[in-house]
Design a protein around this ligand. Structure first.
Ligand code: VGL
Ligand code: ZN
Length: 201
């Protein structure tokens, strides 16, 4: 069975948001239309407490997009974003949420970041998404959302590791950084995932 995974289509990742992804809003009509093609649709939300360790504001002398370590892992420092309960953390009002059956939140532990919808970056805790999909009999996952080079790509890489047949839908995602996206999609293909367009579905 196929499932459609919508990653982090939240106000803070959309134009005008705290960590805006250029052109991120352009994917929403594509994502809304694609939902009709799947028997199961799930969504993830980046859901940070105030003062999360991935925020540059928590690291004296460090600027946004600089690197440090967090929980023993290399960490890019981000602007404050997707603080739980705020408008910025809400899913876009333009996203059709009526067909989404499961919502999975990540990034809740202040001491570790969580890009993938499945696990934190240290692979210490699961969000429950893998178990949920396996129990529903899902074998193939189609992944879209924001940002392409960060949370969408890491979700795809973990999906491959979890033995799902994994499709990364190029025109239903947008990156923060084009160069990073190129590297990440090469990675996805090398590991056995598929990079496709929505027209191929
Ligand atoms: C994301 C950076 C930090 C994402 C989340 O959803 O792609 N990127 N937190
Ligand atoms: Zn985040």
């Amino acid at each position: 069975m196929k499932a459609f995974i919508i990653v982090d289509i939240q106000n803070d990742f959309l134009p005008g948001g705290a960590l805006e992804v250029p052109g991120g809003d352009a994917i929403i009509p594509v994502v809304n239309k694609l939902q009709e093609k799947f028997p199961l649709v799930v969504a993830t939300q980046d859901w940070h407490p105030e003062g999360h360790g991935s925020f540059a504001s928590q690291h004296e002398g460090k600027k946004v997009f600089e690197k440090t370590t967090l929980g023993g892992i290399e960490q890019i420092l981000w602007p404050d974003h997707c603080i739980k309960g705020t408008k910025g953390a809400e899913l876009s009002a333009d996203l059709n949420t009526g067909t989404i059956e499961g919502f999975f939140r990540k990034g809740t532990d202040p001491g570790v970041d969580s890009y993938s919808g499945f696990f934190d970056n240290g692979k210490k805790k699961s969000t429950g998404l893998a178990g949920y999909l396996k129990e529903k009999g899902v074998t193939d996952v189609y992944i879209c959302g924001l940002a392409a080079d960060v949370c969408v790509a890491f979700t795809a890489l973990d999906a491959i590791d979890l033995n799902f047949k994994t499709f990364f839908i190029n025109d239903a995602t947008r990156p923060i950084d084009d160069k990073n996206l190129f590297e990440m999609t090469e990675n996805i293909k090398d590991k056995g995932g598929y990079v496709i367009d929505s027209a191929d579905i």
